[in-house]
Design a protein around this ligand. Sequence first.
Ligand code: AP5
Ligand code: MG
Length: 243
Amino acid sequence: MVNQEVLDAWLYGKKLECTAKRPDRPYRFILLGAPGVGKGTQAVFLSEKYGAVQLSTGDLFRAAKTTGGDALTPVMQAALDTMNKGHLVSDETVVDLVRERRDCLSSGYGFLLDGFPRTVAQAEALDTLLAEIGESLDGVLNYTLPTEEVVRRLSGRRTCTKCKRTWHVEFNPFRPGDCQDCSGEYLIQREDDQPDAIRVRLETYEKSTAPLAAYYEKTGLLYTISAAGTPEEVFARTEECLP
Ligand code: AP5
Ligand code: MG
């Protein structure tokens, strides 16, 4: 039940004219948690079962890289260089991109914001944007996992540049026939999944993004979920939090 039109509008800035049936109960969640905790994996489960569209700012930057070519703007090129080293892209750039795509937040399908907001300044900008478009949040799913496990998940991850799905050399190996969209030939290791960049990302997460848990705790929207165990076990815990 993934809405491809909303996803294309988010990733490639395409015009949004959705005609497919909207879910009866559109969920609007933020997915929070360290790099590699499994946000993208849970977003796929949630999206397939409940129709809410995964809106990932990381996927947005990676899509610009594969489709932009010579047409990449200096701002986007700077964002990609920053990202490959594991640092955060500037708040201004990220907030501008999300603002340009605000129709994706009010499409009626619901949304799973994955990787945004990532700083308190971004969270404040999101509050303002949601108020402007008359939308609100159902909750913030905050996934937690010990650092050693996070590093294992990240270093073995392989990502499909075509369908964006993630696999894992040990925990979720790709087998021919697994994915009708990509057939395995587009699987790559992300540049920021190299050891140096992983270290920077984890440090950046602790400093800039972890404080968001306290930010959302105050609003009563925070659901903290252990990301240990299989993806299905984590999804079962996630579903217990759905209103
Ligand atoms: P982004 O793409 O958001 O990356 P991230 O937050 O670092 O998160 P990941 O995608 O690495 O991890 P995930 O939690 O989705 O894990 P996954 O499900 O793949 O951002 C990338 C960069 O973009 C940032 O560093 C920054 O530069 C920039 N950026 C993006 N947004 C920004 C913003 N708002 N502001 C500033 N800069 C921004 O799972 C990981 C692996 O584990 C997979 O291989 C998976 O198969 C496996 N796995 C998942 N669940 C399980 C499980 N339960 N058991 C075993 N294996 C599992
Ligand atoms: Mg991800």
